[in-house]
Unconditional design. Structure first.
Length: 345
């Protein structure tokens, strides 16, 4: 996905193309794809617009306005008790619908309240807890978990890793099209070189099987398949973590091999956490939080951590310093000082 600045430029100067679809959800998908929004954003925006229309008895959005939008958002807050981030996502979907699909830039769109996001302290594991959890995850899921903790990548970034982006010679991994459409470079942990080479052997066997069966190649970004029609069939573009089965691409309708599914690691982590006896909420993203916190704890410059994580603003990275301050060496609770003084009397 392009960055917000690039997307805004496209939106401002590009002529609005005529829609091929006649239904509102089809037009929504066309506009999202024209502006190069990610598939995940497309799925979430489609969900919220469909929910909005059904909530108001299948009325067309052109027949509705500010009262209906506010009623829908009020229901989400008061009845569904959604989080601030979910509330903002639903509002963003409806604003996109009216501005970009229905071409209605009305004054009331700017008047709708957008709840301010709240800074949450992330759940972070200690190095010992990470070690205990990883002991109970093996195979491909274990390698992926170690990769996320060892590089700070997001789960989707790890799953979408291509063969060409793993550079053993320089010991780096190039993360392509991360959050905000940005590329970045992260370190390749030395301890994962051998396991990654073994994983590539497994991926190679999947790739060779697909080529022998003359199956469609993997999906490639943007219009690269039009410029290089056989790029998706090459080994360089193949997934490092391919799915064991084939599935139909929701956008093209072509059956092809995708990367491994996200739920696989989440299930393995839940099982490992239960076996380790750790009483903390742990998800694949917790490994990324722990990566950042442990680097800062080891004295790594916060700007370096910011670049490794791919944060646009250092203030986002600063959230991890809050975790460290409370456990800083030499920081003693007044209660402990009081008890220590009493013990010396």
């Amino acid at each position: 996905m392009y960055s917000h600045a690039v997307t805004a430029t496209i939106r401002q100067f590009a002529p609005r193309p005529a829609f091929h679809a006649t239904r509102i959800l089809g037009q929504l998908r066309e506009r999202l794809r024209y502006l190069h929004y990610s598939q995940r954003t497309e799925e979430s925006y489609t969900y919220w617009v469909r929910f909005f229309i059904r909530f108001h008895g299948l009325r067309h959005p052109r027949e509705m306005g500010k009262p209906e939008v506010e009623a829908f958002l009020t229901m989400l807050s008061n009845e569904r008790h959604v989080s601030v981030s979910t509330h903002r996502q639903a509002l963003s979907a409806l604003l996109f619908l009216y501005k970009e699909v229905l071409d209605e830039d009305l004054p009331w769109l700017a008047e709708i309240g957008r709840p301010a996001p709240k800074k949450r302290i992330p759940s972070v594991l200690s190095a010992l807890e990470v070690e205990r959890i990883l002991c109970f995850i093996d195979g491909e899921s274990g390698l992926l978990a170690r990769l996320l903790y060892g590089t700070g990548m997001r789960l989707t970034e790890g799953l979408r890793l291509r063969v060409k982006d793993v550079d053993f010679a320089r010991r780096v991994i190039v993360v392509r099209e991360g959050k905000g459409g940005k590329d970045r470079v992260v370190m390749l942990p030395r301890s994962l070189e051998a396991p990654l080479r073994e994983q590539l052997k497994h991926a190679r066997s999947c790739w060779e099987a697909d080529r022998a069966a003359q199956r469609a190649g993997v999906t490639v970004p943007f219009a690269l398949d039009a410029k290089y029609p056989r790029a998706g069939e090459t080994w360089a573009w193949f997934w490092v973590f391919p799915s064991a089965t084939h599935s139909t691409d929701s956008r093209t309708g072509i059956e092809r091999r995708h990367h491994a599914f996200e739920d696989r690691l989440a299930r393995a982590l839940r099982k490992a956490v239960a076996l380790s006896g750790i009483e903390k909420p742990v998800s694949p993203h917790t490994l990324r939080h722990s990566f950042a916190t442990h680097l800062l704890q080891a004295g790594t410059d916060i700007r370096t951590v910011q670049e490794l994580l791919g944060h646009s603003d250092v203030s986002t990275t600063m959230i991890y310093t809050h975790v460290l301050r409370a456990a800083a060496p030499g920081l003693v609770s007044p209660l402990d000082q009081l008890n220590a003084a009493a013990a010396t009397r």
